[in-house]
Design a protein around this ligand. Structure first.
Ligand code: NAP
Ligand code: MG
Length: 488
C-alpha cells in the first residue's frame, strides 16, 4: 500500500476557555542546588533557564550541578547517614508523613508548576501526578517501622547513600517513587531530576526543609546527563536507582560493572494493549485512548502497540478514530485539555523522525487535524494502521501520542505478538472472559498487566520490567527490597 497521510477535521465541541490560574504560584527567579538542608550556589556558578514547552518562555533559572557539587553532596550525605539510620523507625516515618501532608497542602501549586515546566495537562498533574506522589510518601511512611515484615521477616539494614536519577515525564511522581522507599528504609539520598523539568523537585526540596528533615538526608542536584553520569561514577555512593531510557541504563550498568553497587533500572517499553473480540469495545476504546494519549504518550508503560483481534479490527479502529477527533489538544493549563505540549524540542524531533519512518516503511498514517498553537512543541494524536511487526514504529519506543495497530486471529497469536518485543514493561488485556484474561496475563512477559483498564497506578502495587525494560521493582513491599541489605 502506498504510504499516505489521512487527516480529517476533528470534532471539537465549543468550550469556553477554562484556564487554571497561575497567579498563586510564587516561584523564585533562580534556584540553587539543595545541599545540606538549604539552597546553595553551584561551585562553578552555572545556572540554566528551564522552559515552558507550551510557550518556549523561560520560567526560572536553575543551578546545574558539576563534579564538585556531587562530591560535596556525597560528603554531606555520608555525614548525615549514621544519625538518620539510627533514628527510631517510627520517628523516621513521621518525617515521611509530614512530607506527604505538605505535598497535599501545596498540591495546587505543585500541579500548576508541573504543568508549566513539563507541558502535561493540568487535569493530569492535578488528578494523577501530585495525589500519587503524596500517596507514595504516605505508603512508605507506614512501612518505615515494619521493614522486617516487608522482606519476609528478615533482619535488614539500610544501604547508605543512594544516588537516584529520574526522567522528565513524571517529574515529582518519579522523585516520590525514588525518595519515599529509600528514606523509609533509613538511607540518605541524592536525587538528580531531568534537565527540562527540575522545578517540582526543587519545590519538594523546600518541602523537605519545611518538614525539618535533617540536613544532608536529601540532596537535590539539578543538572544535565553529565551530572547523572558523575553521580553514577562517584566514589561513596552505595546504590544507584535509575529511571530513564534503555540506552542510558545500559551505560550506567557498564559503568558499575564489577563494583559492589546495587543497581535498579526502570527503562523504556513498547507495551501491547490487546483487544479481544469479546471485549466491551467502547470501554476498550477509552482504555486505548488513556493508554497512549495520557501525558502525550510520554509514558514508559504507554500502550503504544495496539493488538486488535481481526474480527473487530474495523469496528475498533472506526470507534477509536472518532474518539481521537474529540481529544482537545492545546494549552496545558486549560482544565479541558486532554493532550498538552510535547516536553521538549528534542523529544518532538524524535517523534517526528519515527513517524516519518512509519510512513516510509509503508504503514498508513492518520493524524487528527487540529489547530495547534504557534509557539511551543506540539504533536497531534496519530494512529498507524497496516503496521508490520518489523516496522520501526512497531518495535521502537516513540514516547509520543502515536499508536501503532497490529492484528491477530487467535489467543496464541496475540501472546506471541505481544511478547515479540525487546521490552517487557506493561500490557493491557481487554476481554469479557476472566479465565482468558488470567491465561493471557500469565503468558505475557511484562512487569504489569492490566485487565480492562490501563495506566492504573497505585503505591501498593509493584512496578518494573522484564528484558530491556530493566530490573528491580518500585512500589509496595517489593519496592523496599532494593533499598535494604538483608543481614540474616
Ligand atoms: P534519559 O535520557 O535516559 O534520561 C533520564 C535521566 O538520566 C535524566 O535525568 C537525564 O538527564 C539523566 N542522564 C542522561 N544521560 C545520563 C548518563 N549518561 N548517566 C546518568 N544519567 C544520565 O531518558 P529520558 O529521555 O529523559 O526519559 C524517557 C525514558 O525514560 C523513556 O525511555 C521511558 O520509557 C523511560 N521511563 C521509564 C520509566 C519506568 O519506570 N520504567 C518511567 C518513566 C520513564 P537529562 O535530563 O539532563 O538528560
Ligand atoms: Mg521545563
Amino acid at each position: 500500500m502506498t504510504p499516505s497521510v489521512e487527516t480529517r477535521t476533528s470534532v471539537v465541541w465549543d468550550y469556553a476557555p477554562a484556564p487554571e490560574s497561575a497567579e498563586h504560584i510564587r516561584l523564585r527567579g533562580r534556584y540553587g542546588l539543595f545541599l545540606d538542608g538549604d539552597f546553595r550556589a553551584p561551585a562553578d556558578g552555572r545556572y540554566v533557564p528551564t522552559l515552558n514547552p507550551a510557550t518556549e518562555e523561560p520560567i526560572a533559572e536553575v543551578a546545574w550541578a558539576g563534579p564538585a557539587d556531587v562530591t560535596a553532596a556525597i560528603e554531606r550525605a555520608r555525614a548525615a547517614f549514621p544519625a538518620w539510620a539510627a533514628l527510631p523507625a517510627l520517628e523516621r516515618g513521621k518525617y515521611l508523613f509530614r512530607i506527604a501532608r505538605l505535598i497535599q497542602e501545596r498540591a495546587r501549586e505543585l500541579a500548576v508548576v508541573e504543568t508549566l515546566d513539563g507541558g502535561k495537562p493540568l487535569r493530569e498533574s492535578r488528578d494523577v501526578d501530585i495525589p500519587l506522589a503524596a500517596a507514595h510518601f504516605f505508603h512508605y511512611a507506614g512501612w518505615a517501622d515494619k521493614l522486617g515484615y516487608g522482606v519476609a521477616a528478615r533482619e535488614v539494614a539500610p544501604l547508605g547513600v543512594v544516588g537516584q536519577i529520574v526522567p522528565w515525564n513524571f517529574p515529582l511522581l518519579m522523585a516520590a517513587w525514588k525518595l519515599a522507599p529509600a528514606l523509609a528504609c533509613g538511607n540518605v539520598a541524592i536525587l538528580k531530576p531531568a534537565e527540562t523539568t527540575p522545578l517540582t523537585a526543587l519545590l519538594l526540596a523546600e518541602i523537605c526543609a519545611e518538614a525539618e528533615l535533617p540536613a544532608g538526608v536529601v540532596a537535590i542536584l539539578p543538572g544535565d546527563g553529565g551530572a547523572g553520569a558523575t553521580l553514577v561514577r562517584a566514589p561513596g555512593v552505595d546504590k544507584i536507582a535509575f529511571t530513564g531510557s534503555t540506552a542510558v541504563g545500559r551505560d550506567i550498568q557498564t559503568a558499575l560493572a564489577g563494583q559492589d553497587v546495587p543497581l535498579t533500572l526502570e527503562l523504556g517499553g513498547k507495551s501491547a494493549n490487546i483487544v479481544f473480540e469479546d471485549a466491551a469495545l467502547d470501554q476498550a476504546v477509552e482504555g486505548i485512548v488513556n493508554g497512549i494519549f495520557f501525558n502525550q504518550g510520554h509514558v514508559c508503560c504507554a500502550g503504544s502497540r495496539l493488538l486488535i483481534q481481526e474480527s473487530v479490527r474495523d469496528e475498533v479502529i472506526a470507534k477509536l478514530w472518532r474518539r481521537m477527533g474529540r481529544l482537545r489538544v492545546g494549552d496545558p493549563l486549560d482544565k479541558n485539555t486532554d493532550v498538552g505540549a510535547i516536553n521538549s524540542a528534542e523529544q518532538l524531533a524524535r517523534i517526528e523522525t519515527l513517524v516519518a519512518a512509519g510512513e516510509e516503511e509503508g504503514a498508513l498514517r492518520r493524524t487528527v487535524a487540529c489547530e495547534l498553537p504557534e509557539r511551543g512543541y506540539w504533536f497531534a494524536p496519530t494512529l498507524f494502521t497496516d503496521v508490520s511487526p518489523a516496522h520501526r514504529i512497531a518495535a521502537e519506543e516513540i514516547f509520543g501520542p502515536v499508536v501503532s495497530v497490529l492484528t491477530f486471529r487467535t489467543q496464541a497469536e496475540a501472546i506471541e505478538k505481544a511478547n515479540n518485543s525487546r521490552y517487557g514493561l506493561a500490557a493491557g488485556i481487554w476481554t469479557d472472559k476472566g479465565a482468558k484474561a488470567f491465561e493471557v496475563a500469565s503468558a505475557l512477559r511484562a512487569g504489569v498487566v492490566w485487565q480492562n483498564t490501563y495506566n492504573h497506578f497505585d503505591p501498593t502495587a509493584a512496578f518494573g520490567g522484564y528484558k530491556e525494560s530493566g530490573f528491580g521493582r518500585e512500589g509496595g513491599p517489593a519496592g523496599l527490597r532494593p533499598y535494604l541489605r538483608v543481614l540474616r
